[in-house]
Design a protein around this ligand. Structure first.
Ligand SMILES: [Mg+2]
Length: 435
């Protein structure tokens, strides 16, 4: 009989907090809480903050006094930083195991196809210590035959002292014991609403769910329920989804802290997004030929009406020059912008990416292109070393009214030394992801 292949789930511990600690040593021995966009809720907690009883997604105002009493560092989220660390962790996995077996599931989780080895605990310990050494991010690793079971193994690995961050439920005789000790609510995707349904039917533990007829579950939890029962029985229903690296694109999109209507503010936001996306593109040594700009109004407040529109500009030549691509996105913006509206969300996508070395020469202006290309690369390097937008084009205004309110944001500029030490930014040379 062919042995079922093992799936690993590598999950970064308290990811946003761990990233902030990696770039700021002063946070190592302090409780840390990271806030959502606009500083509304707590979205990442250090172990100390968890022990204070602060739950995930608690509004800051409810616990602010408590956090301050325990000298907690309260930090606005910095998704750019987290994406860089995410890339770095992913690169360690790809380097170690190859890119055909890694599914980046979320910013801080990856599923891996690790074949059928016997000594998974050793592999887990190896990945955990290598990622910690190379990125300073602590991770936990869980192994099992299905994604649902790997999620559970990872959860136990995180909390069990004995497991110490790595748990193998693939070669283990204790899977059923683990399921007996797991509340059905803690199974991947079940949550409190489905758990209430299951408990009404007398199913309280993951083990009881495993031993239920999938068809019976289907009657009230539909396909999801039936699939979960199968996965708990070790039958793979959720295959690994490996991202294809062909046909790449890079996007930068944001929801604004408040709606904005002025063309100038929107253009400034679009230029800012374009600048960030181009930095990432150039780190990958790529150039683009097609840019897309989209604008959306607030779907929950459609006054005078809901509007969502996008426009793409296709150039004859590939380019990686900021000033030239600013012109392309301006053309797009003029097509989609309507002055009577207030916009809530906007973004840009760079597509038809190709390596700078392979692009065709320009009939005119080839010398100028090469000069600007070198200058753009140089600006990126200076900004990476000394802080974001230390050098920028005059067209990119200072941060305007479009930015979301993030008063507690950790300062990128202060991190330049430790960022360099960690080799951040350079990670982009390895992979481009859909964002
Ligand atoms: Mg995590």
């Amino acid at each position: 009989m062919v042995k079922n292949r093992a799936i690993a789930l590598v999950d970064c511990n308290n990811f946003f907090v761990s990233c902030e600690r990696a770039v700021n040593k002063d946070l190592q021995n302090r409780p840390v809480a990271v806030l959502s966009n606009n500083d509304g809720c707590i979205i990442s907690r250090s172990e100390e903050v968890k022990k204070l009883g602060v739950q995930m997604a608690t509004p800051l105002f409810q616990v602010r006094e408590l956090l301050e009493k325990y000298n907690t560092a309260i930090i606005s989220c910095n998704h750019g930083l987290y994406r860089e660390f995410s890339d770095k962790v992913q690169n360690v996995l790809v380097e170690d195991l190859g890119d055909k077996v890694v599914e980046l599931y979320s910013i801080d989780e990856a599923f891996l196809d690790v074949g059928t080895p016997d000594k998974l605990k050793l592999l887990g310990d190896h990945l955990k210590s290598k990622i910690l050494k190379e990125t300073q991010i602590p991770v936990s690793v869980g192994f099992a035959t299905t994604k649902t079971l790997a999620k559970l193994a990872n959860k136990i690995a995180k909390t069990s002292e004995k497991a110490n961050g790595v748990l193998d439920l693939y070669n283990s005789p204790y899977t059923d014991l683990a399921l007996q000790r797991t509340d059905v609510r803690n199974i991947w995707g079940v949550g409190s609403r489905y758990a209430a349904h299951l408990k009404n039917h007398g199913i309280n533990t993951a083990y009881e769910l495993k031993n239920t007829d999938p068809e019976q579950i289907r009657s009230y939890l539909h396909v999801f329920g039936a699939r979960t029962v199968m996965e708990l029985n070790g039958i793979k229903c959720l295959p690994l989804e490996i991202t294809e690296k062909d046909n790449k694109s890079i996007a930068h999109t944001r929801t604004f802290g408040h709606t904005i209507s002025s063309f100038c503010d929107i253009k400034n936001a679009i230029f800012y997004f374009t600048t960030r996306a181009l930095e990432k593109m150039r780190w990958n040594n790529l150039s683009t030929k097609t840019v897309t700009v989209f604008l959306k109004t607030d779907r929950f407040n459609p006054v005078p009406y809901y509007y969502s529109n996008a426009y793409s500009y296709n150039s004859v030549y590939h380019s990686d020059i900021t000033s030239e691509i600013y012109k392309w996105v301006t053309v797009c913006l003029e097509k989609v912008f309507r002055p009577e509206l207030r916009y809530k969300r906007a973004g840009i996508v760079l597509s038809e990416l190709t390596s700078v070395e392979s692009i065709s020469l320009r009939l005119y202006e080839q010398v100028n292109f090469e000069r600007w290309h070198k200058l753009s690369k140089l600006i990126d390097e200076v900004n990476l070393r000394y802080g974001r937008d230390i050098i920028k084009l005059a067209a990119l205004q200072d941060k305007g009214g479009w930015q979301s309110q993030s008063t507690f944001r950790s300062n990128d500029e202060n991190h330049s030394t430790s960022r360099e030490h960690l080799g951040l930014g350079k990670t982009f040379s390895k992979s481009v992801r859909f964002l």
